[in-house]
Design a binder for this molecule. Structure first.
Ligand SMILES: [Zn+2]
Ligand SMILES: [Zn+2]
Length: 241
């Protein structure tokens, strides 16, 4: 799989207030199903839409979005058609897409946050032990696994342990994709951007244009040392949404 991410992070130079710290396309994303018939499944724009003629499940604002979306959508289209008119729950669709991406070489996709430092999906924290000991999360996980077994019609899926790792990485690291009115319209996993931590005193903010994430500085950020961030997981940058 070719690299699907563009990123511009600043290294060892100060970032002005409002300046872009990271700009990144999602590794995997979904449009919330409640906007399925109102927004383009690829760019999330509203307006005149046309359906995928095969599954009649996804809607697009035009030919170019449909064409760009096809690399991902071709991996789910036949299954969405088979389950019609039922709707796949959002988390299940995100995990279904993730499984397909990983099975097509997605583990080697790198998202750079400096010229030489990158993260892959496996670098995201999975919080496996906490999830394993959380009864309600494990129940949710088992039912999701059942939904996906049904969705993929008995195709071989990752085993339950591996699935738990995927679920953990997605739950802990996903961003709510908001529109300009700060309405959540989708969910995405952004590999490089997930290096930051939450804080009650944030110094950066995350906004979206379509599905592209922009992390901007809320104050002048002096000389970021990204190497320190990776090596010691120092919560240097934080975001709010
Ligand atoms: Zn579109
Ligand atoms: Zn389709």
């Amino acid at each position: 799989m070719s690299t699907m991410l563009t990123i511009s992070a600043r290294e060892k130079q100060s970032i002005p207030q409002g300046g872009i710290v990271i700009q990144e396309k999602p590794f995997v994303f979904i449009l919330s199903s409640k906007y399925r018939t109102e927004r383009c499944d690829f760019c999330f724009r509203e307006g005149q839409l046309s359906k995928c003629s095969v599954c009649r499940y996804t809607y697009y604002c035009g030919r170019s979005c449909q064409k760009e979306a096809w690399a991902m959508h071709k991996l789910e289209c036949q299954y969405l058609k088979a389950m019609s008119p039922r709707i796949l729950p959002d988390t299940a669709r995100l995990l279904a897409r993730l499984m397909k991406i990983l099975s097509k070489g997605g583990n080697s996709v790198k998202s750079y946050y400096t010229e030489k430092d990158f993260r892959t999906f496996k670098d995201l924290l999975s919080h496996y032990p906490e999830i394993k000991n959380d009864k309600s999360r494990m129940e949710h996980l088992s039912s999701l696994y059942g939904v996906l077994l049904d969705f993929f019609k008995g195709e071989a899926l990752p085993d339950f342990v591996e699935f738990t790792g995927m679920y953990g990485r997605v739950c802990i690291n996903s961003f709510s994709i908001c529109n300009q009115e700060l309405q959540s319209i989708g969910t995405g996993v952004y590999l490089a951007s997930s290096i930051v931590n939450h804080s009650c005193k944030p110094n950066a903010v995350v906004t979206f244009e379509g599905t592209v994430l922009f992390m901007r500085a809320l104050e002048v950020l002096p000389c970021l040392d990204w190497t320190q961030v990776t090596q010691h997981s120092i919560p240097y940058l934080v975001y709010i949404c």
